[in-house]
Design a protein around this ligand. Sequence first.
Ligand code: NAP
Length: 263
Amino acid sequence: MSIKIVIAGPRGRMGSEAIRMVIGEPDFELVSCIDRKEAGISLLAEKGIPVFQHPEEAFYGSDVDVLIDLTVAEASYNHIMMALQKKIRCVVGTTGFTAEQLADIERASRESNTGCIIAPNFAIGAILMMHFSKIAAKYLSDIEIIEKHHDNKVDAPSGTAFKTAEMIKTVRKSKRQGNQEEIEVLKGARGAVDDGIHIHSVRLPGLVAHQEVIFGGEGQLLTIKHDSMNRKSFMEGIKLSVNNVLGLEELVYGLENVLDLDS
Ligand code: NAP
């Protein structure tokens, strides 16, 4: 039996890629989409897939298994809370939730025994890049992170850079790197500093999502690098999450907790 899916944010860059992924998967069935504007999307029209402006219309009376949400935090929060109330599982790529919103979603998921996966990064390679960086940081503690994104991105550093630093900090002894007398002649030249780890953000047209973590040791350098060349790179993680969320009864945050990384 196919997994019945609703996508929120179908006109977006991620949402339109997700439509193509879901339609192309033999085990998935796209039953409808949620879009705040009534704008025709030719692929959906061709396939006769309805687009609703309000989530209650998409969820009402239909047999929906999973909501995939790729919108903005405020709208996504409302979509998720409504879906969980109706025992519809959620796979969420939307970023920017507040701690309070995440706590509400965690509670709603647990109380309704309905699984939910929220992953700020669905690229499996990026998750591996963070995992390998954490392993390397045990042995090489002088680290600089360079993240590069398209110039429409509003936040800096990226959530992935933050998360990488967080993971590294669990194994790296806190220290100030570089020359202890270092002076920034131009403010910001050494990037942001998180517990001594320097993080540099590059924003340019032409980039999608890229990060390298550079480890320095006596006479050696190790670079762990990941590049998302386009939004297709996130689809394998979404697919995996849709299949996994069906077996969950609570919130799982982060694709690393869906992947079996330690075996
Ligand atoms: P995008 O191209 O700007 O698309 C966002 C979509 O959400 C648009 O269709 C937009 O419609 C809709 N939207 C905006 N505000 C809304 C509201 N209040 N109610 C309902 N719909 C609303 O962005 P994107 O690049 O596809 O990214 C979508 C989300 O995924 C973002 O949160 C982004 O940070 C995140 N993201 C996650 C990953 C991951 O791996 N987890 C990767 C890339 C991006 P309008 O045109 O009407 O505004």
